[in-house]
Design a protein around this ligand. Sequence first.
Ligand code: FAD
Length: 195
Amino acid sequence: MQTPGGRIETDTVVCAAGAWSAEVGRWVGVDLPVEPMRRQILLTDAVPGLRPDTPFTIDLATSFYFHNEGRGLLLGMSWRDETPGFRLGRSDEWTADLAEVMERRVPSLTDLCVRSGWAGLYENTPDHNALIGEARGLDRFLYATGFSGHGFLQGPAVGEVMRDLVLGAQPFVDVAALSADRFAAADVRPEFNIV
Ligand SMILES: Cc1cc2nc3c(=O)[nH]c(=O)nc-3n(C[C@H](O)[C@H](O)[C@H](O)COP(=O)(O)OP(=O)(O)OC[C@H]3O[C@@H](n4cnc5c(N)ncnc54)[C@H](O)[C@@H]3O)c2cc1C
């Protein structure tokens, strides 16, 4: 493979390029249906009286969530008006929608001062589940991507699975259902609770 840093020769490639994976797949003619989708979060100033054991709390009706970040709360929510793309800026419209949901669900938190925030990219697949496996018809192109916003929690187990797939060993769990080929079938079942 020719890269800006020179030519790389290898007998095995693992695509773990997150939101950028579709492009990497195209380089070798493999369809990795991964779409970048911006997600924004805010961090608040310290919350007086906040208990250290405050649990990670999600309102599944709106996807609004918060958790204790030590110095304050981390607030997040997916945005109904978000469209796929590589944008990483924060949006005032999203902040206004977040405030409106908080007013209804947690009015006691709406007076908090925002300290900072950022946006990152979910790496969504059509059914919001990961793509894990080896491409058919190519000599050793493997992929572990498309975690659709669940990649941190799945990472340790997926790392073990990918090690085994690279070595040609049997993974501790059958990942056949996560093959990128599954979207050719008509009965793809999307995840229901998406945050
Ligand atoms: C706001 C927000 C909150 C989240 N909260 C959670 C959570 O609570 N729990 C959870 O499990 N997950 C969460 N996630 C999702 C989690 O961050 C992702 O699922 C995870 O980071 C995906 O890991 P990855 O290694 O597949 O991709 P990434 O972490 O995106 O890594 C891909 C890497 O590939 C590199 N790359 C891309 N193209 C190329 C190329 N051509 N050549 C070389 N390198 C390349 C990129 O630079 C990047 O470093 C959250 C995401 C966001 C945005």
